[in-house]
Design a protein around this ligand. Structure first.
Ligand code: NAP
Length: 271
């Protein structure tokens, strides 16, 4: 059985490990982690029965697949220290924002097969959406392995051009924050309309969940689903008109372009 190593045992690593164990993608005793934060490591041992070894290098030596789950600002240092323990057959998956495959390969000493992943925080509840990219040297079985690991916490989508990871960042990577902002606005507006905070919050969140589930399960397009709520001359039409007068779609496009641009800048600064 393949050993899967995690460098970093924080939020995202915990989410992925939890998803893998829940789905049976890997048993806890086939997962090995390393993190100087012993609280995080002990939590994973207790919750999922993972193994802990002393130091990142030992994890790399023991693992066929290595997930790099540390913050982007320490990734270079972590990779350089790991380079001597990366074997040509080791699959390395990085979930760090703004670090290109070419940089990871250079820091890891040039012989790693690297998958770059942009996950999102709903991975914490196994409803994530991850974008994946790898250079052509990846084998089918390594590609399947990466997909299996990230599928444990939600859906995955491969892109053929690494630049599209910036677009994925603008869509699903940062996307949860857009919905949280929209929900904050709805809750606050509900309170202004006389509802108490708890009621406003519960109804707004349930409405978002229901709308997303309906959009996922229905054969109708998003526009058609919207039309079905919007009777001519009715209440919803008034709200939609107000959004359109304020050019909501232009604001969304502008925000996502700004996000993608920042993602490109981060990647360029790390090159
Ligand atoms: N698209 C998204 O929404 C998204 C969301 C989350 C994460 N990410 C990416 O996922 C990565 C991890 O994020 P996270 O939220 O899981 O961060 P996190 O909770 O801070 O976890 C990182 C862990 O790495 C540990 N660490 C620090 N130095 C280390 C070292 N030298 N070797 C091994 N472990 C070390 C940290 O310990 P300390 O606590 O002691 O520092 C911490 O436990 C980041 O690169 C981030 O860009 C993307």
């Amino acid at each position: 059985m393949d050993k899967i190593g995690f460098i970093g045992a924080g939020n995202m690593a915990s989410a992925i490990i939890g998803g893998m164990v829940a789905r049976g993608t890997a048993a806890g005793n086939n997962i090995v982690v390393s993190d100087p934060n012993t609280d995080n490591v002990n939590r994973l041992i207790k919750q999922f029965g993972v193994q802990s070894v002393a130091g990142n290098n030992a994890v790399a030596r023991e693992s066929n697949t290595l997930v790099l789950a540390v913050k982007p600002q320490i990734m270079k240092q972590v990779c350089i220290e790991l380079a001597s323990d990366i074997r040509p057959e080791t699959l390395v998956i990085s979930i760090a924002a703004g670090i290109k495959c070419s940089m990871l390969q250079t820091w890891l000493g040039g012989n790693a097969v690297v998958v770059r992943c942009m996950p999102n925080t709903p991975a914490l509840v196994q409803l994530g959406a991850s974008g994946l990219y790898s250079e052509a040297t990846i084998s089918h079985s390594q590609q399947a392995r990466a997909e299996e690991i990230l599928s444990s916490v939600g859906i995955v989508s491969w892109v053929r051009d690494e630049a599209l990871i910036d677009s994925i960042t603008a869509l699903s990577g940062s996307g949860p924050a857009y919905f949280f902002l929209f929900l904050e606005g709805m809750v606050e507006a509900g309170i202004k309309l006389g509802l108490d905070e708890k009621t406003s919050s519960q109804l707004a969140i349930q409405t978002a969940k229901g709308a997303a589930t309906l959009a996922e399960q229905s054969q109708d397009s998003l526009a058609e689903l919207r039309r079905k709520v919007t009777s001519p001359g009715g209440t919803t039409e008034k709200a939609i008109q107000a959004f359109e007068e304020n050019d909501l779609k232009r604001i969304i496009a502008y925000a996502m372009q700004a996000c993608a641009q920042k993602s490109r800048e981060l990647a360029d600064n790390n090159s």
